[in-house]
Design a protein around this ligand. Structure first.
Ligand SMILES: NC(=O)c1ccc[n+]([C@@H]2O[C@H](COP(=O)([O-])OP(=O)(O)OC[C@H]3O[C@@H](n4cnc5c(N)ncnc54)[C@H](OP(=O)(O)O)[C@@H]3O)[C@@H](O)[C@H]2O)c1
Length: 344
């Protein structure tokens, strides 16, 4: 039995995609520090950023849409203090509306790509973005045009590497033919495995790293909440996700029993088992995997980093295997917001 509670070393480094930057094998999702998951204690969030770096976590993930730019601004002082030590990833494409908090527009046109990149550079206070993702795909705009515009930013030295989020395997191949793609960021966890239909195989074949987002199922896999409408604040984004409320949440909470069983065998937490599971996909599918769990707490950061030391046995993987197929409810209220809606 391995006892893994807190991390006291630095995590391993991997190349983020063929020719990509060297990063810690686990990154940090910074989204919740500014929006979506309830109130944030700014000092605790800043301490989490420092704890990440101390643990060897070097890939920091944000997007222009998180907090309508506030998350990038929040990161700017940390980025300035550690520019050479970190890999800074941000994203464009999701347009919000100040009047309607639920509105999500998607823009991929070349003019918008440029305008969004300039705004992110300004808010982050940097000359270059290390990894620039297209956050969502607008099928009405040819990929060659949007990826072409992103490639132009690379040629101008404003961006170092390109990434895509929530694209299918076919879309990843098409984009990669226009310009090498370093990383694909999509939801991948014990609860969300639709990316295994085509995106994972394409990434493995092309040498594109996979960056699983929401690897803790937005916290549900940790047992931190059981029903979003009962346990979370009124404005929490997770109250609108079908799988986290009512009858679906009850069904899904029961699916966590094997996660707890495996956790107990390792002297680990369910969060660590969820992270070890997604990390171990790397070996199984033959690709680099760099999950970006989100946390605003230094102790949880260290706990999550420690998961990189856990190896699950074949028997444990078999126990966890059926979970995703039994999950009740979609991962988004509107699945056209995901790559799954464009899979055959
Ligand atoms: N490309 C996309 O479309 C997309 C979509 C969603 C997210 N993302 C990115 O992916 C990152 C991670 O995803 P996520 O934040 O949605 O979900 P996640 O990483 O699956 O879960 C985050 C939630 O789990 C809690 N948590 C973290 N570590 C924990 C632990 N050890 N024990 C108990 N609870 C723990 C966090 O709470 P505390 O903060 O209170 O610790 C938070 O509520 C985001 O920050 C964002 O950068 C990208």
């Amino acid at each position: 039995m391995t006892v893994v509670s807190q991390y006291d070393g630095t995590i391993e480094q991997v190349e983020l995609g063929r020719g990509g930057p060297l990063v810690g094998v686990q990154g940090l999702g910074c989204m919740g520090m500014s929006e979506f998951y309830g109130d944030t204690d700014e000092a605790a969030a800043r301490a989490t950023l420092d704890a990440a770096l101390a643990a060897g976590v070097t890939l920091f993930d944000t997007a222009d849409t998180y907090g309508l730019g506030r998350n990038e601004e929040f990161l700017a002082p940390f980025v300035a203090a550690h520019r050479q030590e970190i890999t800074l990833a941000t994203k464009f494409a999701i347009e919000r509306d100040n009047e309607d908090p639920h509105h999500r527009g998607v823009r991929n046109d070349p003019g918008y790509v440029r305008q969004a990149a300039e705004a992110s550079l300004r808010r982050l206070g940097v000359d270059v973005i290390d990894l620039y993702y297209m956050h969502r795909r607008d099928p009405a705009v040819p990929l060659a045009e949007s990826v072409g515009a992103m490639a132009e930013l690379v040629r101008e030295g404003k961006v170092r590497h390109l990434g895509l989020s929530e694209v299918t395997g076919a879309e990843l191949r098409e984009a990669h033919a226009v310009h090498p793609i370093a990383a694909l960021q999509s939801e991948w966890s014990l609860f969300s495995r639709d990316v295994e239909r085509s995106a994972v195989g394409a990434a493995a074949e092309l040498g594109v790293a996979f960056v699983p987002y929401s690897p803790l199922g937005r916290g549900f896999l940790t047992g931190a909440f059981a029903d979003a409408s009962r346990d979370l604040a009124a404005e929490d984004f997770r109250r609108h996700q079908p799988r986290f409320t009512g009858e679906n949440a009850r069904t899904n909470a029961a699916l966590l029993a094997p996660v707890r069983e495996v956790a107990a065998a390792h002297g680990a937490s369910p969060a660590q088992i969820a992270l070890a599971w997604v990390q171990q996909r790397a070996r199984l599918h033959g690709l680099t995997v760099v999950p970006i769990p989100g946390t605003r707490k230094a102790a949880r950061l260290r706990e999550n980093a420690a998961a990189t030391r856990i190896t699950l046995t074949e028997a444990e993987l078999a126990l966890l295997e059926p979970i995703a197929s039994r999950v009740a409810g979609d991962r988004y209220p509107d699945m056209t917001f995901t790559s799954a809606s464009r899979e055959a």
